[in-house]
Design a protein around this ligand. Structure first.
Ligand code: GDP
Ligand code: MG
Length: 189
């Protein structure tokens, strides 16, 4: 594997979007390093990490993951979008083949914000982008405020893949990336 993308070795830019605090960085760190640090600050982790997985059909997928480095940058993106700097706002997700939109199942506000990001991507994202809707913190089921069916229904209406995850317990984290990998368009060789 020379690292050069072809029909069997895919490479894709993946961006994470969603409210601050929903667990985007923790999802990435769980996926890439197999770790969860409950004491981590909001600005955990690097802004760029990559991880390669093998799918069942022996295709490999290299995810180039862009995580917002912290609150300031997330607010900046929202700011650009709200000011309708249409040319600047999509800088973060330009060229992205995958957008993972994350909310926290204990926070209805974060679910509303996730829907906002879906609409933004539908307006400004690449038309063949693979979108996944992720309800994170599924381990906090006693504090759940967003019914699983709401996530399912919204994702179905918008042609997105949906999954609930826990970066804390690792539940469904690998499945999330495997399912995304299966849905990537395969280049014709
Ligand atoms: P980000 O701002 O979206 O990147 O959120 P972070 O990844 O920094 O996580 C924000 C907070 O949520 C941290 O205190 C994490 O420990 C916590 N957190 C993240 N994922 C989970 C999860 O799956 N379950 C629980 N219980 N807490 C989580
Ligand atoms: Mg973060």
């Amino acid at each position: 594997n020379s690292g050069v993308p072809d029909a069997k070795n895919l490479r894709v830019k993946l961006v994470l979007l969603g409210d601050s605090g929903v667990g985007k960085s923790c999802i990435v760190l769980r996926f890439v390093r197999g770790q969860f640090d409950p004491t981590s600050k909001v600005t955990v982790g690097a802004s760029f990490l990559s991880q390669t997985i093998a799918l069942q059909d022996s295709t490999t997928v290299k995810f180039e993951i862009w995580d917002t480095a912290g609150q300031e940058r997330e607010e900046l993106i929202v700011y650009f979008v709200s000011l309708r700097y249409a040319a600047l706002a999509p800088l973060y997700y330009r060229g992205a083949g995958v957008a993972v939109i994350v909310y926290d199942i204990t926070s209805p506000d974060s679910f509303t914000k996730a829907q906002y990001w879906v609409k933004e991507l539908q307006k400004h994202g690449s038309p063949d982008i693979v979108m996944a809707l992720v309800g994170n913190k599924a381990d906090l089921h006693e504090k759940r405020e967003v019914p699983v069916q709401d996530g399912i229904d919204y994702a179905e209406k918008n042609g997105m893949f949906f999954i609930e995850t826990s970066a804390k317990t690792a539940d469904n984290i690998n499945q999330l990336f495997e399912e995304i990998g299966k849905r990537l368009p395969r280049p014709s060789s």
